[in-house]
Design a protein around this ligand. Structure first.
Ligand SMILES: NC(=O)c1ccc[n+]([C@@H]2O[C@H](COP(=O)([O-])OP(=O)(O)OC[C@H]3O[C@@H](n4cnc5c(N)ncnc54)[C@H](O)[C@@H]3O)[C@@H](O)[C@H]2O)c1
Length: 295
């Protein structure tokens, strides 16, 4: 595999493009929003500079990585020669089903079609394509260049051959792939999201404040980041979308998203990407300040 097409250049898409490009793959990065593509290249450049400063890479790797990425706004052009497509567009079922239907027309019969979805059924995504056996989940973690796990999700029809190829490919990126089956939330988010939702309920019910909740989980449970900060980092809209998939998929009240989370997303307070969530984020500053609403 040499040609990788990454769809969506947001939080995850830019990290996935960065990682493949750094390991020598040709990356076509495509987004419907040209500004998002410019921001992605800027983010990748900043992250490469950080790796450079730490001595993790040299100037040549930085230059080669950037040279290996080409940006597109047209899906058909971006995906025409792909050996593997990784879709990392917005966590919305209709968007993903439409994209995979298009990909099924655009790509060759041998192209592997992967989704980075956090929770949407790979089996359902595969069902709109001509070759469901070639469709798989390749769930990277944020930030992609740093995090070692790739949750590899087998849809009902995914072939052994495709699964093995994707497991091997993840290892080539110096990641640790783990194979799981296709049920709502897979493994990572089925366990993580109820915890984040419970942390939001704890805040909503006035049991404790933002700092207190995150401190308890950091110092008491040895989590590197508190659940509310992690939710901001993931994106509150993404958290809400995943909880809705768990709620719909299992029909169990325990997954119902906290009304505070719903309100925050409706108000556009999405966490790091919008500048405000449980904390507020000031460009260029690393200081963690609780958002005015919760201070
Ligand atoms: N944020 C996380 O921590 C995280 C972790 C693992 C997986 N994921 C999953 O990765 C995917 C992307 O999440 P994100 O956080 O990067 O989202 P994001 O909102 O940061 O970025 C999504 C990007 O997709 C683009 N897009 C939307 N529709 C498109 C289309 N039809 N064609 C091309 N581009 C399109 C948007 O313009 C945007 O730039 C989601 O499925 C999400 O569940 C997210």
């Amino acid at each position: 595999m040499k040609n990788i097409t990454v769809i969506g250049s947001g939080t995850m898409g830019n990290g996935i493009a960065h990682t493949f490009a750094q390991y020598g793959f040709n990356v076509a990065l495509v987004d419907i929003n040209a500004d998002a593509l410019s921001r992605a290249i800027q983010t990748i450049t900043n992250n490469l500079d950080r790796q450079l400063k730490k001595g993790a890479i040299d100037e040549k790797v930085k230059a080669d990585t950037l040279n290996n990425i080409t940006t597109y706004t047209d899906l058909a052009t971006a995906a025409a020669k792909a050996d593997l497509v990784i879709e990392a567009a917005t966590e919305n079922r209709d968007i993903k089903l439409k994209l995979f239907k298009q990909l099924s027309e655009i790509c060759s019969d041998d192209t592997i079609l992967a989704s980075n979805t956090s929770s949407i059924s790979i089996t359902q995504i595969a069902s709109v394509t001509k070759k469901p056996r070639n469709v798989i989940g390749m769930h990277f973690m944020n930030p992609v260049p740093v995090m070692k796990l790739v949750e590899v999700i087998r849809g009902y029809a995914t072939s052994n051959e495709v699964t093995q190829k994707v497991m091997k490919l993840a290892q080539q990126l110096d990641k640790n792939p783990v194979e799981v089956n296709d049920y709502p939330g897979f493994v990572a988010n089925r366990i993580l999201m109820p915890m984040i939702n419970e942390a939001i309920y704890t805040l909503f019910e006035g049991v404790a404040g933002v700092n207190e909740i995150d401190t308890v989980m950091k110092l008491g449970v040895a989590h590197p980041m508190g659940p509310l900060q992690l939710a901001d980092f993931i994106g509150l809209d993404v958290c809400l979308a995943i909880l809705n998939v768990l709620y719909g998929g299992f029909g169990n009240q325990k997954y119902a998203p906290c009304p505070l989370l719903v309100n925050m997303v409706t108000a556009g307070h999405l966490g790091v990407k919008s500048g405000s969530g449980f904390y507020k984020y000031i460009a260029g500053s690393k200081e963690i300040i609780v958002a005015d609403k919760f201070s």
